[in-house]
Design a protein around this ligand. Sequence first.
Ligand SMILES: [Mg+2]
Length: 452
Amino acid sequence: MPGTVMPKTATPGPALPWPGPAPAPAQLHRIALVDVNSFYVSCERAFDPALAGIPVVVLSNNDGCVVARSDEAKALGIKTGEPWFKLADAAPRLGLVQRSSNYELYGDLSSRVMELLGRYALWQEVYSIDESFLGLAGTAAELDAQGADIRAAVARHTGLPVCVGIGTTKTLAKFANRIAKQNKHLGGVCNLDTMDPDVVETIMSRVPVTGLWGVGAKLGKRLHALGIRSVADLKAADPALIRSRFSVTLQRTVLELNGTSCLPLEEERADRQQLIFSRSFSAPVTTAAEMRQVMSIYAQQAAARLEREGQHARVLTAYAGTSHFSQKAASFPSVTVRLQSPTSDPVVLTRAAVGALEDSIVEGVPYTKAGVMLSGLSDAGAQPVFDEFVSAHEHRHLGELLGKVADKYGAASIGLGLAGLSSAKPDWTMSRKFSSPRYTTEWEELPVVKAC
Ligand SMILES: [Mg+2]
C-alpha cells in the first residue's frame, strides 16, 4: 500500500543466553558499632528539652571538670578536662549550662539502650556505657535498613540519638561510626558496604591517623615521623614494619583497616548459656579495695538478672583488664570458680566474685574494665539439689527479697556488703551541685507532666 511503511523484519542476531533469575544479593556478616551521640549530654536533654540546641557541659565527680560537651559547647572551644572554676564566671555570658554527672540516670538509660540493641543483633559486645558492637547479617541494603531501624528504635524508646557504623571489622565499624557522626547527610548511618569506595578512600586520606580507635596523640607523633599522617597512610603501611617499629596492637589496626578481623569479641551472645555483666569504667580502677566493690556490685547485678530470668548458675568467672591500648602495664586477670551447687543467691555469687579476683589484682595498675560471667545456666529447680548444698540465704529467698526491695525503693536502697549502704560510697556518688533528678530510678524524682 502506498504510504505504508512496512515494518522492518528483525534479523535474528546470535542467541543471547537466557539470564535466568537474578542471583540473590550476597548475605553479609558485618559488625556494627552503635554509639550514643554526646551520651551524658543527650541523657540530660532527653528529660529537659530546654537544653536542646544550647551549649551544655557535664562535670566530673565533685563538679571538678568537664567530662562531656554538647556540639554547641565544643564549638565554643571548651575542651574535655577543663576545670569548671575557669568556666563558671563566663558561663552566663556564653549561655553555657552545666550539669553534675547523674550516673544513676546515665546508667539506667545505658542499660535500656543496650538491652534494646541486643534485640537487633546476632551477638552483642557492650563496649562502654554508650557504645556497643553488634553482629548483623543481611544483604548490603538490608544492613542499611537495620542501621536506620536501630537508630529509630533507640530514639523512640529512650529519646537518645545514636549513630551506627557498619564494617567488616571492629576498627572499620568504629571508623564508619565516625563518618556517620560527622556527615549529617548520611542520616546517622554509615555502611561501608554501600558507600562509594572512592569516597571512603578520600575520607581516609583526609582523617588524621589520630582519629582512629586506639591511636592517641603520642603514637600519632611517632607515626608522623614515618610519614604516616592519615588513616589511608596507615592502611597502606606494611603490617610487618608497623609491628617491628611499634606493636602488635598497631599491626592489628593496620590489618583491621584492610578488612582482616583481629580484635576478638569479648562478649559473644552465641547462646543463652552465659550471662555476662561487664562494663568499661569511666575512670580506671587502681586498687584492690575498689575492685572488690566493683565485683560486689556486678555480682549482685548479675544475681538480680538470674533471679528475674528464673535461672541458676553453676560457674562464675570474674575478670578485669587494662586497656588494650595501654602502653603501660597490661593485666588481664580472669578466675573461674565452680559453685557448690547451681544458684542465683546474691550472697554466694558476691562472695565468689570478690574472692575470685582477690589475689590477682595488682595494686596501682589502671584497670579499665571488669566483668562477672555466669555460665552453666539452668532453669531454677531443673536440677534436684541436695538440701545440704542449698545456702541458708537461698532457703529464705534472699535474692527474691532483694529484688523486691530494689524494685520498690530504688536500686540504691539495698545491697550486700560492699555494694550496700554501710560501705564507703563509690566515687561516682560525690557532691553534685548541678545534678538533674534521677528521673528513671527514684520514685520521688520521676518527671511530672502537667497537662493544662
Ligand atoms: Mg558516644
